[in-house]
Ligand binder design. Sequence first.
Ligand SMILES: Cc1ncc(C[n+]2csc(CCOP(=O)(O)OP(=O)(O)O)c2C)c(N)n1
Length: 627
Amino acid sequence: MEYRYLNDDLTPDYLHTLTPSDRQALCKELREKIISTVSKNGGHLASNLGAVELTVALMSVFDYTKDKIVFDVGHQSYSYKLMTGRFSRFDTLRQEGGISGFPRRSESPYDSFDTGHSSTSVSAALGMARARDLSGGDEYVIAVIGDGAMTGGLAYEAINDLGHSGTKMIVILNDNEMSIDKNVGGMSKYLKNLRISSGYISAKRTTENFLAKNLPIIGKPIVKIILAIKNFFRFLINKQVPSMFEDLGLLYYGPIDGHDTEALIRALGAVKDLRHPVLLHVCTKKGKGYSFAENEPSSYHGVGPFDREVGVCKSNKLTYTGAFSGAMLDVAARNKKVVGISAAMAQGTGMDKFANKYPTRFFDCGIAEEHAVTMAGGLAVSGYIPVVAIYSSFLQRAYDEIIHDVCFMNNHVVFAVDRSGFVGNDGHTHNGLYDITYLNSVPNMKLLSPRDYTELRMCMDHAVNECDGPCAIRYPRGSSPYEERGPLYKDKVELLRPHILSDEGDGFVILSCGTIGYQCDKAITLLKTRGFNGKHISVTQVNPLPVDEILALTKANKIYTVEEGVVSGGMGEMFCNLVSSSHPQINVKVFAVEDPMIRAGSVDQQLKKAGLDAESITSRIIEDLKS
Ligand SMILES: Cc1ncc(C[n+]2csc(CCOP(=O)(O)OP(=O)(O)O)c2C)c(N)n1
C-alpha cells in the first residue's frame, strides 16, 4: 500500500488541520500498517485496531509534543507510535533493537510513561497533572484506560484520589467489553448499564450542547451546575442514581461511539478545558476492521506471526502452559477441594480447561493479582486448596499478599508461576526474572522449578497432594526443549533431590534449576570437545535448596550456578551463602541475569545477551578455568 498520510514528520499543526475525510484516510492507513506489521512480527492486534479512531481524535485535539497521554498497559499504542515519528522504523516492532510493543520513554520523547503492566495510567497521569499544577504549567494530561484495566485495584485507588483532588485531567475509558477474555465483575456490568441506557445519551447531548456554548473556561461552580443538570436529565429519563464516577468526584461524559472520529473530537473539545477531572466513556470494538479479530478478539489479543488472508492458526504443539492445564485437570479430578484462580488470564495460563469442566470451582478475579492471592488465603484457611495461576511478572504485584496473607499463616496455596524467565518479544516488562528472588525470601514457601513437562506434572501433584503449606512452581513460556518422556523418578522424594544430568568428569560442576538446564547439558558437551570435563547437576527444588545432597554428588571444588533470573537473591547467591562458611575450599561462580532490562527479541537472543546460552556458558567457564 502506498502511504499518503503516514510518515515520520507528522507535526501537531499538520494533524490539527486535517479534514474529516483526511482523518478517515489516515485511520485506514494506520489499520493497514498495523495489520501488515503484526502479521509479520506478532504483537497486540485486536486492542490496537480498536483504538485507531480514538488515537487519531486525541492527536487531532491535543499537542503530542507538549501534552501527556498515558496509555494503560500500552499494548494499544501502535497508532500513537506511528504518528509520533516511528513510521519508518515500525517494521522492527518487537524485534531485537527495534520499536517496543509498549510505550518507552527511552524510545521517544513523546512516550510519557513506560507501561506494560495494567491499571497504572490514572496514577501516573495524576502524578503528571499534580506536577503541572505545582510548576504552573498548562499542558493537558490524559489517561487512556480499558475496561479490563479498570478491574485492577490500582485504578480505583487512583480514581478515588483524582476525584478528591479536583485536578484538571481527562480519563478516557476505552470500553470494548473485553479484557483479554470477556471482561468480568461488577464494574463490567455497571458499564454495560451505562452503555445501553439510550435515554442517558439524550441527556448527554444536552450537556454536550451546554458545554459547547460555554467553553473555553469553566470553573468549579459551573461544573457543579453541569453535574446538577446532567443528573436532573438522567433522573427524569432513566430514574437512575448518578454515575459512580460522578459520586467519586469526576465529571462523567458519554458514552461516545469510539469509532466516530468526529464525535470523539467534538467530545474531547467539549471537555478539555474543564478545570475538573473528567471521565470520558468511549465504546469501541476490539479488532475493528479485521474480520478475524472482530469475530475472535481473545485469540487476536496477542498473536505470533500469521498469514493475514487465513488468520491465526492455532498450534497443537504442547507448551508448559498446556502441561500445567492438563495437570490441573488431573489434580482437580482426584481432589474436590482443589479450586482454581486466575487474574483475567484464564486462557493465557491454561486455567480455561479447568474453568470449563468445573465452573463452580473456578474464580476469575479480573486484573486483580493482589485480590486473587488474598482470596486464595481465605479459601485456604477454609479448607480448600487454591491453585493460583499468574504470570511471573504480574505476580510481582501481589508480593505483600503472598507474604502477609499466605506465607505468614503457612496457608496451603499453590502458585502456578507461568512465564518465568525470558519471554521474548514483549520485552523486559514481561520477563519473569524476579520470581526466584521474591519467592525464595518468603517464610514457609517451597519453590519448585521443573525442567520439563513430566517434572511439571509431578510438581503439581506434589504441591497439591503432599504439601501442606505454600508451594510455587515456576515454568517458562513456550514449548519444552526436552523430548516428552515417561516418569524419570520413582517417587516425588526423588524428584525433589538434585540429579546428575550429564557426567563427563569431575573437573567442575554446573548447577542449574529449571529449563535452563537444557543449555547446561549442551555446554557440558561443548566443553568436553574443548578438553574440559565436568558434570551438570540439576535441582527441581530451589527452596529449600538441598545443599548437602548437591555436594554429595561431586568432589569438584569449582561450581558454576546457572539460572534464568536476576543475580541478587537468586539460587546461585543462596547456594554461595550456604556453602561459603561450611566448605571454604569450594569456589562458586554465579551465572544469572545481570541486566534485567534486556529488551525485546527472541528468547534465544535474550539468553545470548544474558550470557546464558550454551555457547556463552561454555566460553565463560573456559575463561574462568583458564584464569
Ligand atoms: C498487572 C497485569 N496483569 C495482567 C496483564 C495482562 N493483560 C494485558 S492486556 C490485558 C487486558 C486489558 O484489557 P483492557 O484494559 O480492557 O484493554 P483491551 O485489551 O481490551 O483493549 C491483560 C489482562 C497485564 N498487562 N498486567
